[in-house]
Design a protein around this ligand. Structure first.
Ligand code: HEC
Length: 199
């Protein structure tokens, strides 16, 4: 890629970010098309659920497959789970496998009153929005259809090596993108399409 093209890319990115900012100012979330990550899903599931059941999740250690089975069995205790499709359940199970149990001390005493945004680790969606928009628009990321290994390969390229996320976060981000990426371009808002789908 030529330097010139890179600068055009930065320009388009900045234009998109400014535009996205002004849209958000009007109360519209330009990133709403990107599916929720495990943190958001878990906070929704925990809201209104009995404290002991929530604590059981926050202190549990299971593989993704085990979490999936667990969640499917617990829809009576966590009714919100019934609103999730297969990808939603898999995304939540995947997040739990990466992030639970929470470190001792950060499990809230009263989950009903917890400020989940302060308690729960970032999910794949958060990691993408926080780390993957400085040099190109998020569209470059969320429209790609890649395997876990291919995502890790992309993140290990010279262009990405300096991004400050831990190896565990790279795994979690890759895993989120395998489940939720490959978003068709016509679902991406117009202002995030320019130069976005290809690089
Ligand atoms: C420091 C600048 C920078 C940041 C931050 C950045 N990228 Fe990139 N990205 C690039 C450049 C430069 C290219 C084009 C050159 C290349 O492909 O290596 C690119 C291309 C890509 C591509 C298309 C090429 C491919 O390998 O499929 C994907 C996908 C991608 N980036 C994903 C990401 C993800 C995921 C993140 C966040 C973890 C991210 N980028 C953050 C600079 C960046």
């Amino acid at each position: 890629m030529s330097i010139f093209r890179f600068h055009i890319g930065i320009f388009i990115t900045l234009a998109a970010v400014v535009l996205a900012g002004s849209l958000r100012a009007q109360g519209e979330d330009v990133f709403a098309f990107i599916p929720p990550g495990g943190k958001t899903l878990l906070a929704e599931v925990a809201r209104g659920a009995p404290a002991n059941d929530v604590r059981e999740i926050l202190t549990g250690k299971r593989t993704r497959a085990e979490w999936e089975a667990y969640l499917m069995q617990r829809t009576a205790d966590f009714p919100v789970l019934r609103d999730l499709d297969e990808t939603g359940i898999a995304t939540l199970a995947d997040y739990l496998a990466f992030n639970m149990p929470l470190p001792e001390g950060s499990v809230p005493a009263d989950p009903g009153k917890a400020d989940w945004s302060a308690v729960l680790p970032l999910d794949g969606r958060d990691l993408a929005l926080e780390n993957c928009q400085f040099c190109h628009i998020i569209t470059v990321v969320v429209t790609q259809d890649k395997t876990q290994d291919a995502w890790l390969g992309t993140m290990n390229k010279p262009s990405h090596i300096e991004i400050k996320i831990t190896p565990e976060q790279r795994q979690a981000l890759a895993s989120y993108l395998v489940l939720n990426g490959a978003i068709p371009i016509d679902l991406v808002p117009e202002e995030l399409r320019a130069g976005g789908a290809s690089y």
